[in-house]
Ligand binder design. Structure first.
Ligand code: ADP
Ligand code: MG
Length: 614
């Protein structure tokens, strides 16, 4: 009987492998760049046309390949990077499977030209759909040039899945950004349709690289991080002030031991560091390099998924969270005026990957939404007016900040000095709509949201009292008897100890009733009842065992929101001064505990432009 099982032809195998390795032009760019980096290149040029669909060319000055290697590299499982089992566990290279080149060649018109240092001549190989068509010796500089044309020309079904040029370009830019951030020792140049988009020099300081890749205007919103932690942990890089936030996590770049990694633990820790400083659904911009003892992290969990496994997750998590937090704590940048903000020039240099679910920004709009869009535009302009950045000198001080004295040192301690007394020193103009305090700072007009300010103050004080184990109470002259529904009552009975810790004195009063005898000093007794309900509800939702930092912050935010000066309440001049003084005393004063801003700045230049006086 004729047998039915066949060994697949090599070429078909490569096409199948290509399905995994080569998803789109950006994956080709990634594989080629990684090869160039593995080859020790110091200069890499990437040229693409039509979003990489027509042409991808990567030119490097790495070690190159001799004749035999040039042919071998197109074979499946041909790699120079591992030889035996053990090598798998001490990988230093970005690639090792020997699959990329044959896979790419299988679905494109592929040309390779390479010369090794020691060879006198180079070799050129041209293949179409994985079949070598031409090969021969050529004159060539040292290094390797690979051209990939007409990607998926022989797999039309896959070609159909490619997106518009700009979308593919966005993905490619993303790949280049990540690799270029991770490899300061290499010069990267990148051009699309003949136009240079990136040109970053070797050894440039991180801020320079970030400026070149993510946009120069971003720099003034970045704060340097350089913190040494336990167990050889080290975190270094730049993170954005809370005001410079984004609607997606696409600008969160994290690297572990020099590799771009998008890790759940790291991501969570970062957001934890920003907790209560960002509104829900907003993300910071970060370029952070974490150094971990290689023995304590497994980076090869998955070659394409950018995941890692830490030996001690908790340690890493808490280290990152507190490093970020401590870096953000000095609010000195509050005082720094911001010069040019009308442009709102926050566009990154490179087009980034558009989130697939979100329609393109300049979609056609109806008249109504146009008006709304305009309003948004105005708000955005105001926001950027207010974004108070550190001068460039702070960012340039990364080098200085790296000189560490001890663990968890705040990188830029003197900025705290600048911030102290900032609010108290403002010239008060008055109150606007019984909700905002107008002040003058030098030439700038400042607006302070009195409710947000009070919330932050109440929140920070409650938190610090709680930490010291004594939330100050006020005994109510007339204890209030509060009646709950039975589910609430049951929960409350369980949580009396926690309520007491939070400053509420509650006693069961028979049935579903409780007598409220004291509440936290900082809070407003007129709201006591609703407050107790809300706090009890909050404890119920997180569960008692969950009375951890994050849950507590939620509770303090609820408490602060109740107990404080509301919007729409007139304040006397002494009350305003007291508010300003209190603001100076707390941390993270630029935002309310829900992440809304406390203060907005309108520079004189902005006002003048508004009145066409410039
Ligand atoms: P891998 O990177 O997993 O080894 P690839 O298919 O990407 O597999 O590459 C196969 C081999 O070709 C590499 O191991 C390397 O020896 C060689 N090679 C590929 N690209 C270059 C390059 N730009 N410079 C020098 N050698 C290269
Ligand atoms: Mg490779």
């Amino acid at each position: 009987m004729k047998h039915k099982i066949q060994i697949l032809p090599e070429n078909l195998c490569n096409k199948i492998a290509a399905g995994e390795v080569v998803e789109r032009p950006a994956s080709v760019v990634k594989e080629l760049l990684e090869n160039s980096l593995d080859a020790g290149a110091t200069e890499i040029r990437v040229e693409v046309e039509r979003g990489g669909k027509k042409l991808i060319r990567v030119v490097d000055d790495g070690e190159g390949m001799g004749r035999d290697d040039a042919f071998l590299c197109l074979e499946r499982h041909a790699t120079s990077k591992i030889r035996c089992d053990d090598d798998l566990f001490r990988l230093q290279t970005l690639g090792f499977r020997g699959e990329a080149l044959p896979s790419i060649a299988a679905v494109s018109r592929f040309n390779l030209r390479s010369r090794a240092q020691e060879s006198l001549e180079g070799w050129e190989i041209y293949a179409e759909g994985g079949t070598v068509k031409r090969a021969g010796a050529v004159g060539s500089p040292c290094g390797t040039t690979i051209e990939v044309r007409d990607l998926f020309f022989n797999t039309p079904a896959r070609r159909k899945f490619l997106r518009r040029d700009e979308t593919e370009l966005g993905h490619i830019s993303d790949v280049i950004t990540k690799l270029a951030l991770a490899h300061p020792e290499v010069q990267f140049r990148f051009a699309h349709n003949g136009r240079t988009l990136v040109d970053v020099y070797r050894q440039a300081a991180l801020p320079e690289r970030v400026a070149a890749l993510l946009g120069r205007s971003l720099l003034r919103d970045l704060v340097p991080v350089a913190v040494e932690g336990p167990g050889g942990l080290h975190l270094q890089g730049l993170i954005s002030q809370p005001t410079a936030n984004r609607s997606s996590s696409g600008s969160v770049y994290t690297f572990i031991n020099g590799r771009y990694i998008r890790d759940r633990v790291v991501q969570h820790a970062l957001m934890e560091g920003y907790r209560s400083l960002l509104e829900k659904g907003r993300y910071p911009v970060t370029v952070l390099f974490l150094a971990v003892d290689p023995g304590l992290v497994d980076v090869n969990v998955h070659p394409t998924k950018h995941e890692v496994r830490f030996r001690d997750q908790r340690l890493v998590h808490d280290f990152i969270a507190s490093a970020v937090r401590e870096t953000l704590r000095p609010a000195g940048w509050l005082a720094a005026p911001r010069e040019d903000s009308l442009e709102g020039d926050l566009q990154p240099v490179l087009p980034s990957t558009p989130p697939s679910a979100v329609p393109p920004q300049r979609a056609v709009r109806s008249a109504d939404s146009l008006a709304a869009g305009h309003r948004e535009g105005v708000q955005e302009a105001l926001l950027s007016y207010a974004r108070t950045g550190p001068g460039k000198e702070r960012v340039a001080g990364v080098g200085a900040a790296q000189r560490q004295t001890g663990p968890f040192t705040v990188p830029d301690a003197e900025s705290d000095e600048r911030g102290r007394g900032f609010f108290s020193s403002l010239e008060i103009i008055g109150q606007y709509r019984r909700s905002y305090i107008l002040c003058q700072d030098g030439e700038d007009l400042l607006l302070v949201d009195q409710h947000a300010a009070h919330e932050r103050i109440g929140f920070e004080r409650l938190r610090s009292q709680f930490r010291q184990g004594r939330v100050e109470r006020q005994t109510l002259l007339f204890p209030a008897v509060l009646e709950f529904d039975f589910r609430e009552a049951a929960l409350l009975k369980e949580s009396l100890a926690e309520m007491a810790q939070l400053g509420f004195d509650l006693e069961p009063f028979g049935g579903k009733a409780f007598a409220l005898k004291a509440i936290p000093q900082l809070l407003n007794d007129r709201e006591a009842e609703r407050l107790v309900r809300d706090v009890a509800g909050e404890i119920a939702t997180v569960g008692k065992s969950g009375l951890v930092e994050e849950a507590l912050d939620g509770i303090f935010a609820v408490m602060a929101c109740h107990g404080v000066v509301r919007a729409n309440q007139s304040l006397s001049p002494p009350e305003i001064s007291a508010l300003m003084r209190s603001l100076d005393e707390v941390d993270f004063k630029a935002h309310c505990p829900h992440g809304r801003p406390v203060m907005k700045r309108l520079p004189l230049s902005g006002v003048e432009r508004m009145f066409k006086r410039t």
